[in-house]
Each structure stands twice: as structure tokens, then as C-alpha cells.
Ligand binder design. Structure first.
Ligand SMILES: NC(=O)c1ccc[n+]([C@@H]2O[C@H](COP(=O)([O-])OP(=O)(O)OC[C@H]3O[C@@H](n4cnc5c(N)ncnc54)[C@H](O)[C@@H]3O)[C@@H](O)[C@H]2O)c1
Length: 451
């Protein structure tokens, strides 16, 4: 067998040879599952992981990993043939896996994803793709280095909805003319005072030291595990703290900004400025307004993108449109009007009577055959699974989503610096030495990001 096979030919070959020994494209030897199935390690097996069970059940879930043994036990009932782990570093050593599905808290995404890419695995990683500018850059760079061998997808599954394609068509086809500004917002408010004080000892089934993983140590508190009502996910209990998340810009912002980025073919900003709540060294801001200068590209001029969260809101383009009724939304402002959109619906507001353009005669809707294909509800994970077995193409790979997350994480750098910063997307540095200190974070001893 040739030493370097493409994934495609590899999978074809493994189909032919069943569960025989194969050589992974990166030179690693491994046993893979028969029947053209991916061999997936699910890391973070419950909570958000549970929401993906159905999507990955068609494949061979060969490993499950969770620092909470109770959660691991529940997932094991769903995947009885999977090997069980509590430490993801050990899980990644399992010889027969070829792909990793990451549903752990945000502060371990970059580590698990980067280690996985280093081992030549395909990766699906829940949003956000890292909690610092540097983390997003590391993952993007590693993916770009390996893009001919691996498929990646960031868990912004709303991207698969038809509205994402329809908004992109409207913007690109000029229904509101030349885009100058985009306003993106989210209304969720999670007020926290500071890291929860130490309370009791971790229950026996929870491996606290592994939960903390690469991030700065904090003592156990049950407050980190309050669960979202009705779903049991704990993300809203920890993602407001600097060492554990990025607050709402990385949380719902990952979805809402995606609506804007997808329509703009955006690239890294040239500058960022942000203001919001008084700085709290333990908690990310509830209220935040962040403005970015996005460079022009080959089909549109430069655009200003502004993010609003936790009470900060853009002005409504019309007095009869109450933006407070749209929890998470985007306004595109163009030379001929506005598009207002949430995840599922959109409204076009052409400029009023005084402007001739309001008749919209300049705009011609696409014919059915020219519509942008929609990934489709419940198909987003499948898109990644198919990509792993085929052309490696996904909608939200680590290049597209990595850049978007890098920009969002830059807002917090600007917020902490307290002034407008210029940004160099090539070097990942700003013109402000103080701001540069917030581009990255320190990891706990023994937890390198490049493992
Ligand atoms: N795409 C979406 O719509 C969406 C929705 C909810 C959550 N999320 C994302 O999913 C991720 C998980 O969120 P959640 O609310 O389920 O969090 P959670 O705290 O409930 O953790 C999820 C699971 O991961 C396990 N876990 C924690 N640390 C681990 C580690 N180091 N190794 C292995 N397992 C570990 C937990 O025990 C739990 O079973 C977050 O990044 C969040 O942003 C995405």
C-alpha cells in the first residue's frame, strides 16, 4: 500500500478491505471501522454532546470521553461499544479513531482540537473556536496546513438554515445597494459577581482537575453546574468568567455573527474598538459594544461591523420595527435600504419615498436554479461526516470560523485595552503593546496547546 493515500482513496480502500490495517495519511497506522463509517471519539459526551448523539449514531462511535463519570455512564448506554475515557489526552491515543467530536467547555476547545489536528484527525468542534485571539489563529493555521487531509467544522449549526443562504443572496445581489454598515446583536444578560468561592468538594464522579484542564486553577463550586433549564447544559454557568469563556460574544455571537460573515465574505478586521461594563478582572462584560473595520473585497466596499450585547442595541431603521422583539439579529445597511434578519426570517426595508430607488426596479430575484444550496436542517453534522469521507469541504471550517472567532475575541482585547486598536491580521498583533498582552492566555503547567 502506498504510504501517502488521500482520505478518499483510503476510505475506498478500507471499504474494500473491511477492518484491515490501514495507514493514515499522516503516516500513522490504525485499525478503522468497516462499512465506510467514521471512527469517532466523542469528547464531552453529555450536555451539548447529547444533542449530537443522533447525528453521529450512523457512524462508529469508537470512544467516548467525559470528566464526569455519571455523564460518561449515561453516554455509554447510548454507545455501548465505545471505549470510555475521563482524560481526553488518553482518548486521543486510541488507535482506531480517525475523527474527534468536541463538546467540552470553551476553555478546552483549542487544546483538544489542536492535539487532534496534530494527530491527523478530522475535527468537529463546538463553538467558539478558542477563547483568545491566539487560540483561534493556532487552530486556523493548523487546519490550513492540513486542509488536504482533514475536514473541520465549528458547531454553528444554524448556518444550515435556509435563511443564511437567502440573506447572502440578497446582500450579494444588491437588494439594498452597497453595504456600508452591519449591526449584530444579542440580548442575553448573565450577571455574575466573580468566580464562585470554593464550596464543598467535587463529587466523587467528577474529575475536577481534568475539568479545569489547561486553564488557571479555581476551586470547585457547584455553581459551575447549574444547567440550562430544560436542557441540562452547563455552559451558562461558566462561560461568563474570563478563564472559562468569552461571555455572549463567543456564545450566541458565534451564531449571530455567522449570519453577517456568511453574507459579507468578511475577512479579519483592520481595527477594533469596544466599550461596555466597568472592567471586572473575573467576569467578562454583560453589556458590550464592539466596532470593527472590515476591509473591502472583490465584490463590496469596506464595511463597519458593530456588535452589541447585554443591553447595548443598534437603532431601529424604522419606528415601527421594535428590535427588542428580536433576541439575536443582524441589520445590513446599504445605499438603498436595510435588511433586518434573525436566524429564520428576514425583512427588506427599501429607503423611503424621497429616494427613487425605493421602487426596487434595480433588483432582480434569482431564478430557482441559481439559488445558493442550503445545507438543510439537521444536515450540518452530516455535512462534516460526508466531508470526512469525501471532498473535505464544510461550510464552517476552521479557516472561515477561525477568522470570525479571531475577530470576536479581538473585541475583548480592545475592551480591555480601553482604546481603539489597529490590527494586523498577518501577524496577529495590534499597534498597542498593552492590548497585545490580551491576545493570548497562560496555560497551567503540563497543558501545552501544541501536544
Ligand atoms: N452550537 C450550539 O447551539 C450550542 C449549544 C449549547 C452549547 N454549545 C457549546 O457546547 C459546549 C458544551 O456546552 P455544555 O453546556 O454542554 O457544557 P457542559 O459544562 O454541560 O459540558 C458538556 C459535557 O462535557 C463534559 N466535560 C467537561 N469538561 C470536559 C473535559 N475536559 N473532557 C471531557 N469532557 C468534559 C461535561 O462533564 C459534560 O458532560 C460549549 O462549548 C458550548 O459553547 C453549543
Amino acid at each position: 500500500m502506498k504510504k501517502y493515500l488521500s482520505r478518499r482513496s483510503l476510505l475506498k480502500n478500507s471499504l474494500a478491505i473491511g477492518a484491515g490495517l490501514t495507514i493514515l495519511p499522516n503516516g500513522l497506522a490504525g485499525l478503522r471501522a468497516s462499512g465506510n463509517k467514521l471512527s469517532i471519539a466523542l469528547i464531552g459526551a453529555y450536555g451539548r454532546g447529547k444533542a449530537h448523539w443522533r447525528s453521529i449514531k450512523s457512524e462508529n462511535v469508537a470512544a467516548i470521553c467525559d470528566v464526569n463519570e455519571k455523564n460518561l455512564g449515561i453516554a455509554a448506554k447510548e454507545f455501548p461499544n465505545a471505549k470510555k475515557y475521563i482524560d481526553w489526552r488518553k482518548c486521543l491515543e486510541q488507535k482506531d479513531i480517525d475523527s474527534v467530536f468536541i463538546c467540552t467547555p470553551d476553555f478546552s476547545h483549542a487544546h483538544i482540537a489542536n492535539w487532534s489536528l496534530n494527530r491527523g484527525f478530522h475535527v468537529y468542534c463546538e463553538k467558539p473556536l478558542g477563547i483568545t485571539v491566539e487560540e483561534s489563529r493556532i487552530l486556523r493555521a493548523n487546519y490550513l496546513k492540513n486542509r488536504k487531509k482533514v475536514a473541520t467544522q465549528v458547531g454553528t449549526q444554524r448556518h444550515a438554515a435556509p435563511n443564511f443562504a437567502r440573506v447572502r443572496e440578497l446582500v450579494k445581489d444588491g437588494v439594498i445597494g452597497d453595504i456600508s454598515d452591519v449591526y449584530v446583536w444579542g440580548n442575553r444578560k448573565l450577571h455574575k459577581k466573580g468566580y464562585p468561592p470554593a464550596k464543598g468538594s467535587p463529587p466523587k464522579y467528577l474529575h475536577w482537575d481534568l475539568w479545569i484542564g489547561p486553564t488557571s486553577f479555581h476551586p470547585y463550586s457547584p455553581e459551575y453546574f447549574q444547567g440550562t433549564p430544560g436542557r441540562g447544559n452547563n455552559c451558562l454557568s461558566w462561560n461568563m468568567y474570563w478563564d472559562f469563556g468569552t461571555g455572549q460574544i463567543g456564545d450566541m455571537g458565534s451564531h449571530t455573527m455567522d449570519l453577517a460573515w456568511n453574507a459579507l465574505d468578511a475577512n479579519l478586521p483592520l481595527s477594533a474598538e469596544a466599550e461596555g461594563d466597568k472592567f471586572n478582572p473575573e467576569v467578562t462584560p454583560v453589556e458590550l459594544k464592539a466596532k470593527f473595520d472590515i476591509p473591502a473585497n472583490d465584490w463590496r466596499k469596506a464595511v463597519k461591523v458593530t456588535w452589541y450585547q447585554g443591553g447595548a442595541m443598534p437603532k431601529s431603521p424604522s419606528k415601527w420595527l421594535d428590535l427588542d422583539k428580536i433576541g439575536h439579529g443582524v441589520i445590513f445597511k446599504g445605499s438603498r435600504g436595510y435588511i433586518v434578519s434573525d436566524f429564520k426570517k428576514r425583512i427588506i426595508i427599501p429607503y423611503g419615498k424621497k429616494r427613487k430607488e425605493a421602487d426596487m426596479t434595480y433588483y432582480k430575484p434569482r431564478s430557482k436554479k441559481d439559488l445558493i444550496p442550503v445545507v438543510g436542517k439537521d444536515r450540518f453534522q452530516k455535512e462534516w461526516i460526508n466531508a470526512c469521507k469525501g471532498n473535505l469541504k464544510t461550510s464552517c471550517n476552521f479557516d472561515y470560523s477561525g477568522k470570525m472567532t479571531e475577530m470576536m475575541n479581538l473585541s475583548l482585547v480592545a475592551y480591555r485595552a480601553g482604546e481603539k486598536i489597529k490590527y494586523n491580521g498577518k501577524t496577529g498583533r495590534t499597534d498597542n503593546p498593552r492590548a497585545n498582552e490580551f491576545i493570548s492566555r497562560k496555560y497551567r503547567k503540563g497543558w501545552p496547546i501544541n501536544g
